[in-house]
Design a protein around this ligand. Structure first.
Ligand SMILES: NC(=O)c1ccc[n+]([C@@H]2O[C@H](COP(=O)([O-])OP(=O)(O)OC[C@H]3O[C@@H](n4cnc5c(N)ncnc54)[C@H](OP(=O)(O)O)[C@@H]3O)[C@@H](O)[C@H]2O)c1
Length: 489
């Protein structure tokens, strides 16, 4: 780990350069890093995919992607620099012998390699075998792996074993791009750099916590991939559980990868298992039927392009998660996430406990407790709802609910919030694993998720319908209402 923001030179090899992730996220991230002078002048980038292209075709593809996903106002000097770094080779990842053809590219430079697997997980093992066969893996090589790492504990172990047979855990960087988001990283600062929250962050002061990750989009031509996964595997196993860990973990000794990841692992181990017996009270599955999103009609999940009309995959899930440890005794974490909801909106709400005695009861009988909101998107920021006296010559009892609002874009006068992939690529180049997921975290998260899936299978639970453009099934309202609470909307 180094404090120098500009990482040393490396050979970045992107497997799957022609794919959606690379075009939408990785190329834009590399452009911005180069713009900020955060790529070493000697860093080279090799793109690999099946498509037949030469270096010029690749540069055209890169240019088109940057214009599409960043806009036309690109810095010409940065573009020239970025293009000079890039080359392309067509490669069938399943053909081990083909990898020998890469040796020539590596001969030109002795810098360490970072292999970015922006491909379906099904070819990770082939890529590892090919790299090994061609003698391209060194003790200082790194590998960045995209989610999902398997679709169960068993399959994730298989992927981890296969990659682990070629790379040590210190060489493996498992991406959960939520860990690169400004507001998610800020959770650590909020909790551990503010004594106000350090001392109030437990069952004595917090009533409950809500984590919402709502998307208004549907499947965007990913129906086949998504239908095998569903919202629980696609969003909860990784993103929502990582947020939960950062909210719930004990203070790590420092920011080193193992300090942070060991504390997150303890939270995952303390999650109360969800079984067939407590499933009905703790989990809701939903699937959208036709409705309207932003005024436009949209079809039901089972009528989307390429859909199987009998699919019972969930597109929505709400969970009451409980953590069996001292700090969080009796404090539920309500998680909900879904597709085709009313709007794209992700936030964390920390509901503090009510005052034990209300001295303002004559004018304000229902004194609302404080709530801290962390907005993940849109308009990243932090908001603290608190009670305030109405200014003026009013009685002291004239009070109102108001909020302290810290919008990142306004407060820091920044027109651009750094994208998660930009930060994570930089962290990987700096060889800092703190914001990447360790093997035992991934597998522990699968243990909890597998229990839920098994309970669904055993009880034959089918998803509850909800209209596209709504906030989910009514059963999700009932899940939290049973505890005398309601979702924040
Ligand atoms: N897209 C996202 O927003 C997103 C978000 C989170 C995680 N991820 C993960 O990121 C990974 C990539 O996703 P994606 O959406 O970019 O996938 P994608 O659009 O299907 O692209 C896959 C890329 O891998 C290449 N490829 C696949 N199999 C190959 C083979 N046998 N030999 C050579 N090249 C091969 C493809 O090459 P050709 O183009 O030449 O066929 C393509 O460039 C997946 O693991 C996914 O789960 C994606």
């Amino acid at each position: 780990m180094t404090n120098d923001p500009t990482p040393g030179a490396c050979n970045l090899v992107i497997f799957g350069i022609a794919g959606d992730l690379a075009r939408r996220k990785l190329l834009a991230a590399l452009y911005h890093l180069d713009l900020e002078n955060l790529l070493h002048p000697d860093t080279r980038i090799l793109g690999l995919a099946r498509s037949e292209m030469n270096d010029d075709d690749l540069r055209n593809m890169v240019m088109n992607s940057l214009v599409q996903f960043i806009g036309g106002d690109l810095n010409q000097e940065t573009l020239r620099r970025l293009m000079r770094r890039m080359s392309y080779r067509s490669l069938e990842f399943k053909n081990t012998a083909h990898f020998k053809g890469l040796q020539e590219w590596f001969k030109d430079s002795n810098y360490r390699s970072i292999f970015y697997f922006a491909t379906p997980a099904a070819v990770y093992a082939d890529i590892c075998a090919g790299l090994s066969h061609a003698g391209l893996i060194r003790s200082d090589s790194q590998v960045i792996m995209e989610k999902p790492i398997g679709d169960s504990l068993k399959s994730s172990k298989l992927v981890n074993d296969l990659v682990g047979s070629r790379f040590s855990e210190e060489q493996i960087y498992r991406i959960d791009h939520y860990l690169g988001k400004e507001t998610v990283l800020n959770l650590l600062v909020l909790r551990f750099a503010n004594s106000l929250f350090t001392s109030n962050w437990d069952y004595t002061c917090i009533d409950h916590i809500q984590i919402t990750v709502a998307e208004s989009v549907g499947l965007e031509h990913r129906w086949n991939f998504y239908d095998k996964a569903g919202q629980l595997r696609d969003m909860v196993q990784n993103h929502l559980l990582q947020i939960l860990c950062l909210l719930a973990m004990e203070p790590p000794a420092d920011l080193s990868p193992d300090s942070i990841r060991t504390e997150k692992l303890k939270v995952l181990k303390a999650l109360r298992p969800i079984t067939k017996e407590n499933l009905g009270k703790n989990v809701v599955r939903g699937q959208y039927v036709d409705g309207f999103v932003k005024g436009a009609p949209v079809p039901a999940y089972i009528n989307e392009e390429g859909a199987n009309p009998r699919s019972t995959t969930e597109t929505y899930v709400a969970i009451k998660a409980e953590i069996d440890n001292w700090r969080w005794s009796g404090v539920p974490f309500y998680l909900r996430t879904g597709k085709r909801l009313a709007m794209k909106h992700s936030e964390i709400n920390i509901h503090f406990k009510a005052q034990p005695h209300n001295i303002f009861r004559n004018s304000f009988p229902d004194l609302p407790p404080n709530m801290l909101t962390i907005r993940l998107q849109p308009d990243e920021g932090i908001e603290l709802q608190m009670m305030n006296k109405v200014p003026g010559i009013t009685e002291i009892g004239q009070i109102t609910r108001n909020h302290l609002d810290l919008s990142f874009s306004e407060s820091y006068n920044s027109s651009r919030i750094v994208d998660a992939y930009e930060r994570l690529l930089l962290e990987a180049m700096q060889q800092n694993q703190s914001w990447f997921v360790r093997r035992d975290e991934v597998e522990q998260a699968w243990i909890w998720i597998d229990d839920i899936i098994r309970a669904w299978e055993r009880s034959g639970v089918r998803p509850d319908p909800y209209p596209a453009g709504s906030w989910g099934p009514t059963s999700a309202i009932a899940l939290i209402a049973r505890d005398g609470r309601h979702w924040d909307e």
